[in-house]
Write a protein that binds this ligand. Structure first.
Ligand SMILES: C[S@@+](CC[C@H](N)C(=O)[O-])C[C@H]1O[C@@H](n2cnc3c(N)ncnc32)[C@H](O)[C@@H]1O
Length: 249
């Protein structure tokens, strides 16, 4: 039997998954940031700020950061704001529509060369070995077809001593909140997606893909297998999201 992958709850041929994911983000790109605010009641901002605090870009020294699956540049802009004049961020994403929104946001803020946007697959990054001081991926890894390949690539492009941060949805671990979260996710989010983007199906996929993502312990094992050392994670908002950290040593 040919290799398959999950696209949300559907099992699809491995080679078809990326195109389906690309269609989701092409469809929602223009309303993506607004939907994040509405769906999470603005909480995604606090989760991303926690990631940036963990990145901890220096105020004085040069610092090259890579944001993988960086979409509309939301994390990149926060890293730049936290860092000094010598901080630069490369946003890489496979989706030209998401990157176009990011480029417009960066141009509006007149960020010049401090940020660049590169269309590329997380599974085959177009950067030399050991080129970045830190790398991150926020709400991106569960969309990637071959997660192992993406983790290996993140490891490869980090300098020795570089840090990798992964922010991803996790499993709610507060009794009561879990049922409420399920009701909200499977009923409210697709309806909100339909109202705001005209596309309920894309948001159904996003909710299903969250449920299918490995738990933090399993994901920590995948990070170690890719070579990362001192792998840790912390959950936030009752387990709605987890922030994973690992080092290339
Ligand atoms: C949920 S969005 C997250 C965007 C951004 N990181 C944020 O937190 O706002 C997921 C992103 O992953 C990107 N993506 C999906 N598969 C990818 C791949 N194989 N390589 C690079 N980016 C990918 C999508 O195009 C999309 O922009």
């Amino acid at each position: 039997m040919a290799d398959t992958a999950h696209f949300g709850d559907r099992q699809v041929p491995l080679g078809d998954k990326q195109a389906l994911v690309d269609e989701v983000f092409r469809s929602v790109a223009r309303r993506y940031d607004l939907m994040n605010d509405l769906m999470s009641f603005g909480l995604h901002r606090a989760w991303k700020d926690a990631l940036v605090t963990a990145v901890d870009p220096p105020r004085q020294a040069p610092f090259a950061h890579l944001d993988i699956a960086g979409g509309t540049g939301d994390v990149a802009l926060r890293v730049l704001q936290a860092g000094g004049d010598r901080t630069s961020v490369t946003v890489c994403d496979i989706n030209a529509d998401m990157l176009a929104v990011g480029r417009e946001r960066a141009a509006a803020k007149q960020l010049g060369d401090a940020v660049s946007f590169i269309e590329a697959n997380a599974e085959a990054l177009p950067f030399p070995d050991r080129s970045f001081d830190a790398a991150s991926i926020a709400f991106g890894i569960r969309n990637v077809t071959r997660i192992d390949a993406a983790l290996a690539e993140a490891f490869r492009v980090l300098k020795i001593g570089g840090k990798f941060l992964c922010l991803e949805f996790s499993a709610v671990d507060v009794p009561g909140l879990d049922r409420l979260y399920d009701l909200y996710s499977f009923n409210v989010i697709p309806a909100l997606g339909r109202a705001v983007t005209g596309d309920a199906e894309s948001y159904r996929y996003l909710v299903e893909s969250i449920r299918r993502f490995p738990n933090p312990q399993t994901f920590a094992g995948m990070m170690r297998a890719a070579g990362f050392a001192r792998v840790t994670h912390k959950t936030m908002s009752g387990g709605i999201v987890a922030l994973h950290c690992g080092w290339r040593l």
